[in-house]
Design a protein around this ligand. Sequence first.
Ligand code: GDG
Length: 508
Amino acid sequence: MWTKEGLVELIGEKLRDYRFILVSNREPYVHRYASGQIECTQPASGLTVALDPIMRACGGTWIAHGSGDADWKMVDEQDRVFVPPDDPCFTLRRVRLNPRQEERYYYGLANQALWPLCHIVFTRPVFRPEDWQAYREVNQIFADAVVEEAGDAPTFVFIQDFHFALLPRMLKERNANLIVAQFWHIPWPNPEVLRGFPWKEELLDGLLGNDLLGFHLRFHCQNFLDTVDRILESKVDRERYEITRGGKTTTVRAFPISIDFQRHSATAEAETTEREMKRWRSALGIRDELIGIGIDRIDYTKGICERLHAIDRFLAKYPEYRGRFVFVQVAVPSRSQIPEYKTLEKKLETLVNEINRKYRRWAVRSWRPIILLKRCFPQHSLTALHRLAKFCMVSSLHDGMNLVAKEYVASRVDEDGVLILSDFAGASRELTDALVVNPFSEEESLEAIRQALEMPEDERRKRMRKMRAVVAENNVYRWAGKIISALLKFEFTTSDESHVSFSASGSC
Ligand code: GDG
């Protein structure tokens, strides 16, 4: 079983003499002004939540875009700040982007082109040459920061996600003494879909600057191999999952991401969680109703509307649950500058109002079937909500992994609760004891809701125990340990052209 201590040991033993740089668009800690004070918060993002414990374990430098209005008050002359504020143990190097760059690279190319391209949910990607130009520019700015932080030392660079497809190649061209890995947190589509991307050759060539390229699922790796095979001149080795182009080889591997299971379980067991559960009940006005929950960023890939329609159909088909069942949807606004996201936010509100109005005449006391909470809650508060819920519903139309599913399982220290999980979320490959549904089918989803509410206790416990064992073992330290072990197989080229190599025992 991989543990935090095991990972720290591996890092201490093997990486001690090397720099470790992590790169992501989103920063793990944001400083903002709030009522005249500077407040530090952690953004609600699967990626930063997953990587924070790793950086806490290994120290090093995390390079990210400084997005908070008080960010620049907190950094030193090199734009660095030591975080987390309560227990500083790694460096955050903030990168400055101007409003045009942020608009075009982040909201444009990353979120309106690559995001819909990689998630096959029938939202059309938008390809603007100005966005691509800014994407290049920003990747170059990050390359400058990495090269500066690495200096002459042998350095491992671990790049996150689809914001930086060009960065690996840029880094390799500027400093061959870097070992570069990248993890792509979203699905990789089939070659036919990717063929529509106007700058596909440059995108793929950028990614092949990596020594190691990771996806959540083997299926995404296969899609990537197929895409490169179709589009670029290269040698694709399907046995070894390697691609060679211009004499340089990239290894492609699946590393299913996860969570800090122990930490989540410990929070769930804490006395404060019991208090928070009581607080939730009274805040929501819930007495003995059966509770279902959904927790998501507001994003069209998460299938929130589909889920709400299924709840509507469930109440229509099974009227005995009217007045007895409440669905609590936490929906965190995200990417609100993009029209599709703004529209979705409004659509969600309208839909919830419509459904609630429809069932008003069956209202017992002030019962309404759906409670929509459109804001971000602290993690311990979500844990309490997990504990209250008879079931958690994850109905993504397409999702690389989905950490909410794993967090719900980790919170259920009482071994109760049912997970309804989309077949299109990567997590469904591991959590086979969930009620796996096709979220595009309302009928399937509504029947899963009924099944979750009526499942006998012994079956609930049996399924939850198995899922807890899976998440406990396949935790985020295993994910990081496997990636670091794979990285250690590569050799640094030193200036005198000798090689420094490691033995990757992965002995945790
Ligand atoms: C991408 C991929 C992949 C949600 N509401 C609140 C809150 N959250 C946290 C959850 C969870 C995270 O946000 C969401 O993670 P997901 O995995 O569901 O989704 P994405 O943000 O789309 O992440 C995804 C992930 O990267 C990692 O590789 O799994 O497939 O799309 O941790 O708990 N956190 C807080 N308050 C909230 O109200 N604090």
